[in-house]
Design a protein around this ligand. Structure first.
Ligand SMILES: [Mg+2]
Length: 375
């Protein structure tokens, strides 16, 4: 067997998921600027904005008070997570009919390794089939990227949203990536992108051409993986539920933040993502972690173990905020914030079996959920 056997990986991502569900369930909302999220008078944030609302500059993670200023006619809808979970289960069932190797990233997004199925049918036919069946069964549009690795598949799924289908031919990965802005690459946040721009590196193609030792100097330990990703090389496996021992979501700020209300809104948003990811895997976590990077790059984590496991966004957010609030200080600015959950079990349910029978001391491959800009 060759060392890097050819794989077909799909990244599938529902478009403006919560807002799309609301518009599907209530026809009066179709074509309207819908903003699903918290109250504008409190510290609520936008969880998902419909494409109509995005035209006004509204995006997920924006404080709802700001969203209302951008889009005064926006229709604010409180999230109905039970409904979103039910729709998610329908979508995941479509995925499972194609392959068992599925790595959900949140309620509306997953990687699928369709290599075995692709031995029998053209990968493109499988991708089209997934889109059609999700539309039939849920009435929702899903964007699909098809490539030989996760990193390229994810970029591809985002490229033609909404209702996109982007196929990156085998061997054309680097060529596909080359014209795209560096910021599209996983792990290149706004700060890194700005630094790269200053060095004249604007596209992923510019980045791919840099010498090997430059990557090590510029990105340290991440150098090799950034280099490989820029060149379209990504052998990382699609990890099914059993592999995950910790779920986290983090975001690097375009400009450092010191304002408590803003930080709190970010904690809410990240906690919602973590809760979604837990729910999509039908698990709950007992330990809540916040990851903090200060403006001087000092990085540390704080964690708290709860009395019970949870996948409730507000409980995770409350615990995370308690941890972060202790770290606030005048003059202290934050560059990056992450929220994570670990110590998993399945939520209590009659007949529920333990999720994971692997030895407890096995080293867990933790993975990151990137905070999607697009919802
Ligand atoms: Mg989505």
């Amino acid at each position: 067997m060759p060392q890097n056997p050819l794989r077909y990986i799909i990244h599938a991502d529902l478009d403006a998921f919560y807002a799309a569900v609301e518009q599907h369930d209530n026809p009066e909302l179709r074509g309207q600027p819908v903003m699903v999220g918290g109250r504008p008078d409190g510290r609520g944030v936008v969880a998902t904005a419909s494409y109509e609302a995005r035209k006004f500059g509204v995006h997920s993670a924006m404080p709802m008070a700001t969203a209302v200023r951008h889009c005064p006619d926006g229709i604010i809808i409180r999230p109905r997570f039970d409904r979103y979970r039910a729709v998610s289960a329908q979508v995941m069932a479509v995925f499972r009919s194609v392959t068992d190797v599925i790595e959900p990233q949140s309620l509306d997004e997953a990687y699928l390794d369709i290599t075995p199925a692709a031995a029998l049918r053209a990968p493109l036919a499988i991708a089209i089939d997934i889109k059609e069946r999700v539309a039939q069964e849920t009435g929702l549009a899903i964007s699909v990227g098809l490539a030989t690795g996760k990193c390229v598949a994810k970029i591809a799924s985002d490229l033609q949203k909404p209702d996109g289908l982007v196929v990156v031919p085998v061997g054309a990965e680097a060529e596909f990536l080359a014209p795209l802005p560096v910021g599209k690459l996983a792990g290149i946040g706004p700060k890194s992108a700005a630094r790269l721009h200053a060095d004249g590196v604007r596209t992923i193609g510019d980045l791919a051409q840099m010498p090997d030792d430059w990557f090590d100097r510029t990105f340290g330990k991440r150098g090799r993986s950034v280099r490989d990703h820029a060149r379209g090389i990504d052998d990382s496996p699609v990890q099914t539920t059993r592999a995950a021992k910790s779920i986290s979501s983090e975001t690097t700020f375009g400009a450092d933040i010191s304002d408590a209300a803003e930080l709190r809104a970010v904690v809410q948003q990240l906690s919602g993502k973590v809760a979604d990811a837990l729910a999509s895997k039908d698990i709950a976590g007992r330990t809540v972690t916040v990851k903090i990077r200060l403006s001087d790059y000092t990085t540390f984590t704080r964690q708290q173990t709860l009395s019970d496991t949870t996948n409730d966004a507000s409980i995770i957010a409350t615990a995370a905020w308690m941890l972060l609030e202790r770290e606030l200080a005048p003059q202290r600015a934050f560059r990056l914030l992450g929220v994570g959950a670990s110590g998993f079990s399945q939520p209590d349910r009659a007949g529920a079996k333990p999720l994971d029978d692997a030895p407890a001391n096995q080293t867990p491959p933790a993975y990151q959920l990137a905070l999607p800009v697009d919802g």
